[in-house]
Design a protein around this ligand. Structure first.
Ligand SMILES: *Cc1c(COP(=O)(O)O)cnc(C)c1O
Length: 406
């Protein structure tokens, strides 16, 4: 892009753009057609003008595209735009959020290494850590997300990574990223933060000292429930070389079409996140006062245990609200079944509001003991607050909760 030729001190230089501008413009390189919207490069391989050019490309002497398992212009535009939003030197796009977790663990760790991870992780991440990584000699110790001393106590000489999600799913517990970055760095370990719930619109973990950011692009980055994808962000060596090296070899790559959908998602991310947060705040307050609701989990509520920390660490409180109803599983299922507007699905981060019963869906594969340890009760309902008018979402929940009072 010609703007890249501007001197760094020029306010129009891409490096000086505000987040909203980066979300719309970063990473775009116009082609010969002078297109306005980024094209989808549906090409598995790329050609060379000569055998010598091919040789230079393959040896890494000259930059450029080779093969879409690891170099595709549409995917690269998405990577550059997300890196610009997270304030990262490098970003590697992956086929799913889970392949982002896989690429950052298998790409950076080896047999004998140890991970300390928070309890209550996304179900598939918890299962990967408990059932698969140990087969390859990588051990994982699980600690409570919010207990910094427990993280410190769990670190061993062979600990190479601390891994967490904040806010957590579905209870929206908030970890102190800066404090845990210090714990990691005292032991030469990396702090990896799954930033799926906040996105860079609300929280920038690298600014707080984290080393790696994991994304499920499937959620808010897409924002309309269309595609599965993921990404890892971090520095040029850890992510740009090591995670990229694993991706290029093992191949859990993002398709150009999905990258294009996520690129378009990023252009409206900031506006969407503001709207999700605004409506979630209204609903959380309203639910907290409802007689059939025992407890509401939302970082924006004054009685949330990490409310102050969330206010400091995030620019807003997020779009996920969980609540416990009186009457256990039966009542929770009744509320879910009584809704008409909300979609019954475990996905989140969609323009359409969704409602789910974590104990029997997202966390259904955990043992009852694991769920109890994570505090996920049978009476818990999780909603991902969408972009419908908040009065309509509230009316749907009001009608769904009404029979419980009787
Ligand atoms: C969905 C999700 C993942 C996994 O992402 P996929 O795109 O489904 O593979 C990881 N972490 C969190 C917090 C998620 O919500």
């Amino acid at each position: 892009m010609s703007d890249n030729q501007l001197p760094k001190e020029d306010p129009r230089h891409p490096g000086n753009w505000a987040a909203a501008t980066r979300a719309v413009r970063a990473g775009q390189t116009r082609g010969l057609e002078q297109e306005q919207s980024e094209p989808i490069y549906a090409s598995s391989s790329f050609t060379y003008r000569s055998a010598a050019e091919a040789a230079a490309r393959f040896s890494g002497e000259s930059p450029g595209n080779i093969y879409s398992r690891f170099t595709n212009p549409t995917v690269r535009t998405f990577e550059e735009r997300l890196a610009a939003l997270e304030g990262a030197e490098a970003c590697v796009a992956t086929a799913s959020g889970m392949s982002a977790v896989l690429a950052s663990t298998l790409g950076l760790l080896r047999a004998g290494d140890h991970i300390v991870a928070s309890s209550g992780l996304f179900g598939a991440t918890a299962s990967l850590f408990a059932n698969y990584l140990p087969r390859y000699g990588i051990e994982v110790t699980v600690v409570p997300l919010t207990d910094v001393q427990a993280w410190r106590d769990a670190v061993r000489p062979e600990t190479r990574m601390l891994f967490l999600e904040t806010p957590s799913n579905p209870l929206t517990e908030v970890a102190d990223i800066a404090a845990l970055a210090d714990v990691a760095h005292e032991h030469d370990a990396l702090l990896a933060v799954d930033n799926c719930f906040c996105t860079p619109a609300l929280q920038r973990p690298l600014d707080l000292g984290a080393d790696l950011i994991i994304h499920s692009a499937t959620k808010y980055l897409d924002g309309q429930g269309r595609c599965v994808g993921g990404a890892v962000c971090g520095d040029a060596k850890t992510v740009g070389e090591q995670v990229f090296g694993f991706l290029r070899t093992a191949g859990p790559s993002m398709s150009p079409f999905n990258a294009w959908v996520f690129l378009k998602g990023l252009e409206t991310l900031d506006l969407r996140m503001q709207a999700h947060c605004r409506s979630a705040g209204v609903l959380a307050e309203w639910l907290a006062a409802h007689p059939a609701v025992e407890r509401v989990h939302y970082p924006g509520l004054g009685n949330h245990p990490q409310h102050e920390l969330a206010a400091r660490q995030q620019s807003a409180f997020g779009g996920i609200v969980s609540f416990e109803v009186l009457g256990g599983r039966e009542a929770a299922w009744k509320v879910i079944d009584n809704t008409r507007l909300l979609s019954i699905t475990a996905n989140l981060g969609d323009a359409k509001s969704t409602i789910t019963h974590p104990a029997t869906t997202t966390h259904g594969r955990n043992t009852p003991e694991q769920r109890a340890a994570a505090g996920i009760k049978e009476s818990l309902v999780r909603i991902s607050v969408g972009l419908e008018a908040v009065v309509d979402i509230r009316a749907d929940l009001e009608a769904a909760l009404a029979p419980l009072k009787a």
